[in-house]
Design a protein around this ligand. Structure first.
Ligand SMILES: [Zn+2]
Ligand SMILES: [Zn+2]
Length: 155
């Protein structure tokens, strides 16, 4: 859990640094990728009028396959400009910001993993990975698999 003491914050800013198990992130049900590294966070809590301001960053690594070429890849995911206001009115002595930090990371998750924005994808004819070598079979890049799946459905 990522938490801090309100009475201590009254006296001084608090540095919150550490890691949480990768299970902490609890990805929404998603077959596209999994979290493979602990969450690392470096945050500072300061007292401001009426509450606490939490700033800092957190990061982890996810693993999955590229949505175009199906190569396995790992990608760092980070929330770099966290700015969180916590209302301290009627707050308990200990504030748990785990959920807030988890949310900050989740909004930075990609919809689709790509090994590279310019990933050439797979040949629609022979399935060759066009990032590795070009094709002479006359096929085209499959582009996004999601879209080609829609084509198959004739939507
Ligand atoms: Zn790719
Ligand atoms: Zn081909």
């Amino acid at each position: 859990m990522i938490k801090f003491s309100v009475s201590r914050l009254d006296k001084e800013p608090i540095e919150l640094k550490g890691t949480e198990d990768k299970e902490f992130i609890a990805l929404p049900e998603n077959d596209a990728y999994t979290v493979v590294a602990p969450l690392e966070y470096a945050l500072t809590a300061v007292k401001i009028s009426g509450g606490a301001l939490i700033t800092g960053s957190c990061r982890t690594v996810i693993s999955g396959v590229c949505g175009r070429c199906l190569e396995e890849l790992e990608q760092e995911i980070s929330a770099d400009d966290i700015e969180l206001f916590i209302d301290l009115e009627d707050a308990p002595e200990e504030i748990d910001i785990s959920d807030d930090i988890r949310e900050e990371l989740l909004i930075n998750l990609p919809m689709n993993l790509l090994c590279d924005e310019d990933c050439a994808g797979l040949c629609s004819e022979c399935g060759n990975n066009l990032n590795k070598k070009s094709c002479s079979c006359g096929g085209k890049s499959s582009g996004s698999l999601a879209w080609s799946a829609l084509d198959d459905l004739n939507i």
